[in-house]
Ligand binder design. Structure first.
Ligand SMILES: Cc1ncc(C[n+]2csc(CCOP(=O)(O)OP(=O)(O)O)c2C)c(N)n1
Ligand SMILES: [Mg+2]
Length: 376
């Protein structure tokens, strides 16, 4: 699909809720279509396992992606190797698709000594340098400004990179959304803004945070196109994202892509959504399950045999379980890492605090001696 100055060719949907084809499909490779199914299912399996680990007190926090798998896998599948993903809370599954090893994903959830963030992030805040996936900040909206800055830098350097910036509907009320969209429009920065509209910002529904519930229309204020697709249709997400990535890469500037979806679980493992939303609403979205829809489509097309999805699921779960066992057995971060990596030489006041911390930890039987370099 080639889009130059308009987004009129972008279709809202290819697959209906029952998996039936609703628009003429592009010419897809069968192996690619099947791979997408495995990526979707992996996200769901990881999500289920992480929630169980959290509920049994083995990890601290999970931002479930249940129901939103197609929105992130579809949009991210359109990115090229050199493109960047600036994520929000729920895009970790897309990082897996782009190359984040499962072991690093799980290590980050445990914040153990294999965690590439060295335990300095809250869990569920992934990063992966090799696939251009910077660590996320919990402060809502910040990644929007970071992504636009990086995209502008790429443009100045003459490098062909598109920066996909992910955020939720709630983040459109944050300051960085407006300032970064404004700069991106003026600079014609190569950005695809992906607004994952799941209808809620924790307990705040769209109707209470914006008088313009058609999020795509917000793009007009910044001189860029805005398009909306069915976020539970993985092919619609992918095609729209691909068109906007091509457009940005060709020098035509940024665009806002709104993917309408729904989170079936709470905002996070710390949230109880039954306090603020109706069961009927959840039921209606369960019927639009993005994975069930895509599975049906593949089966009808003869790309997935009966029972094959169960076999794929079992092998994904086995891989996740063995990774969890390995990472649960890994050492925690050594205490000394608390004062490392900021100063070349640990300053006196931090040495004093660290030594005091070590004394307290020893008293409670929880001290780790590290590699013997401490106490200082
Ligand atoms: C600046 C800031 N304000 C408030 C919060 C608390 N907070 C965490 S998530 C969230 C809602 C985010 O909603 P949305 O952007 O729609 O993303 P979703 O969680 O639905 O994916 C809020 C208000 C925060 N983390 N940062
Ligand atoms: Mg939201």
């Amino acid at each position: 699909m080639t889009i130059v100055d308009s987004t009129s060719e972008i279709r809202e949907q290819y697959l209906g809720a029952d998996g039936a084809v609703t628009s003429e499909l592009p010419d897809y490779d069968d192996a690619w279509l099947r791979d997408i199914f495995v990526h979707l299912l992996r996200v769901r399996c990881v999500d289920q396992r992480m929630l169980k680990l959290q509920r049994s007190g083995r990890i601290g926090f999970v931002g479930s992606m249940l129901g939103q798998e197609a929105a992130m896998i579809g949009t991210a599948a359109a990115l090229r190797r050199q493109d960047w993903m600036w994520s929000g809370l729920r895009e970790g599954g897309a990082a897996l698709m782009r190359g984040l090893p499962l072991s690093e994903y799980v290590a980050q959830m445990y914040c153990n000594s294999n965690d590439t963030a060295k335990g300095r992030q809250m869990c569920n805040h992934f990063q992966h340098k090799d696939s251009n996936y910077p660590s996320w900040s919990s402060v809502i909206g910040t990644q929007i400004a970071h992504g636009v800055g990086a995209a502008f830098a790429a443009k100045r350097k003459g490098v062909d990179e598109v920066h996909a910036v992910y955020f939720g509907d709630g983040a459109t009320s944050s300051n960085p959304f407006h300032s970064a969209m404004n700069f991106a429009g003026v600079w014609k920065a190569p950005v695809v803004f992906v607004c994952v509209n799941n209808g809620w910002a924790i307990s705040v529904p769209a109707s209470q945070q914006t008088a313009q519930p058609d999020y795509a229309r917000k793009a007009a204020a910044y001189g860029m196109p805005g398009v909306t697709v069915d976020g539970n249709d993985v092919l619609a997400c992918c095609e729209a994202s691909k068109a906007l990535v091509e457009r940005a890469s060709a020098g035509h500037g940024p665009a806002l892509l709104v993917v309408n979806t729904y989170r079936l679980m709470g905002h996070s493992s710390s949230d109880d959504p039954t306090k603020y939303r109706d069961a009927d609403e959840v039921d209606s979205w369960e019927k639009r399950d993005p994975i069930a829809r895509y599975k049906k489509f593949l089966e009808t097309r003869g790309l997935l045999a009966e029972g094959e999805a169960d076999t794929i699921e079992a092998s994904l779960l086995a891989e996740i379980d063995s990774t969890v066992h390995a990472e649960e057995a890994a050492q925690p971060m050594p205490l000394k890492s608390l004062v490392e990596d900021v100063y070349a030489d640990v300053p006196r006041h931090l040495r004093a605090q660290y030594n005091e911390f070590l004394r307290v930890a020893e008293r409670f039987g929880d001290a780790q001696r590290g590699d013997g370099a401490f106490p200082l």
